[in-house]
Design a protein around this ligand. Sequence first.
Ligand SMILES: Nc1nc2c(ncn2[C@@H]2O[C@H](COP(=O)(O)OP(=O)(O)OP(=O)(O)O)[C@@H](O)[C@H]2O)c(=O)[nH]1
Ligand SMILES: [Mg+2]
Length: 482
Amino acid sequence: MTLTTDDDPNPSPPATGAEALGPLLHDLERAAEAADGEHGADAVERARDSLKATLDALRLTPEEERAMAPQLDRLRELARKLDEATVEIIAFGMVSRGKSSVLNALLGRDLFEVGATHGTTVRRGAQEWVEAEPGGFPDARLILVDTPGIDEVGGEVREAQARDAARRADLILFIVSGDMRRLEVDALAELRRHRKPILVVFNQVDRYPDADRDAILAKLEDERVKGLVRPEDVVLCAARPDPTPVKVRTPDGSTRTEWERPAPLIEPLRARILDVLGREGKALVALNALLAAGDLHAGILEGKVRAREEEADRLVWRYSIAKGAAVALNPVPVADLAGGVAVDVAMILALSRVYGIPLTRPAAVRLVRDMTFALGATGLVHYATRLIGSGVKASLAGATVMSGGLAAPLTALGYGAIGLTQAVAGATASYVIGHAAGTYLRQGGQWGDKGLKTVVQELLAQAKADSIVDRLRDELKSQVKP
Ligand SMILES: Nc1nc2c(ncn2[C@@H]2O[C@H](COP(=O)(O)OP(=O)(O)OP(=O)(O)O)[C@@H](O)[C@H]2O)c(=O)[nH]1
Ligand SMILES: [Mg+2]
């Protein structure tokens, strides 16, 4: 007897859409190259095409569409963002570093709320930066995004919002106002891991005497952010300098001291942002969209796989119970515990549909036969016989099927009486056969390196270890009543 069914009509691999990831990753690499070179010009275009192809190739069922609506919305949003050439520039950092003030200074208007108390900004806010136009990327729509501080006490949700926004952003302005704290260095390192372009903005420099400022700047450029940002990406700024006393001459000729807020020092930052975007903007936007799309796509595929596995588990369980009940109601010799082959064949055909690998009935019959043989050899029969020998046998004489409790194949099998133990052994056999078939189908219709016998043995051992046998017995007891 053959133990493999690899000679079955060659089943096609499951239509998970996994193949769609190929081109996406390819484009990702090319966009990454473009970000380093001068080929950013058509990177946006390519990213957009790739994203659309990815969306088209997902081929989700309506249930999957519903279950993964948020991820799909994000993917569509990314496509839209590319269409509109939207560039998100986000202010990120600890509370009261001047995140909102920096954005206001860039805008030249106080559109974001500023406050001396920690935690003034409580949610993400966005404003279009209409006046700015990066040279090499004239059709870009620049959006300035404000976020809550990442360290606010009790502000875990806000912190999560800020981090999420940072992961979406195309360019991050990491605002500090002095030597960096541990938390800031860690956050910076995390953002770098997401391959985000970052400018470290040393704000509030008006508060430091020149010597202190230079010392902090040297430290920032050197030890603290070494390897995380280039020295030229650390920019000095005074977005909202403290008011200073100025002498004003009154109409009567005398002088009076008034407090006035000096003009912000923002030009170096503005120039640096536009310079970065002018040179790398398109490639950055393309790369960022593809990175995000890659994550989302992987998540969607995982979701598909998870949903499929859950459906397969439910299906195997249902058929196992049906099989147990079939055995309970039809006296079969102990040696033929897999009697009710019809149930197993129906189960495997149903499973093959779940995994998108069409199996013919003869192929399913052959699979069941081979697995049953391997199962017999692994001692399920002996296991059951031992149970029966030790007097566990519980007669279900005159059993009737509880209405609605069992799957359809059962009703065709008539009523009889036999021990619960045989029923449990039969159900366990189906359970193992079902999960073994799952392994076979998941591998695209192959047993793989382990081979059929090892797969079956391991699953049987696992079923015993997981008290599956007890659970099957409990459910059979409640479903088949004398
Ligand atoms: N001296 C000085 N003060 C500044 C500067 N920028 C901001 N500030 C002050 O710092 C305080 C906090 O500014 P915000 O812009 O609200 O800081 P934030 O980081 O947005 O704060 P949260 O929203 O609470 O996280 C305010 O009192 C600002 O006036 C600056 O360049 N120099
Ligand atoms: Mg703020």
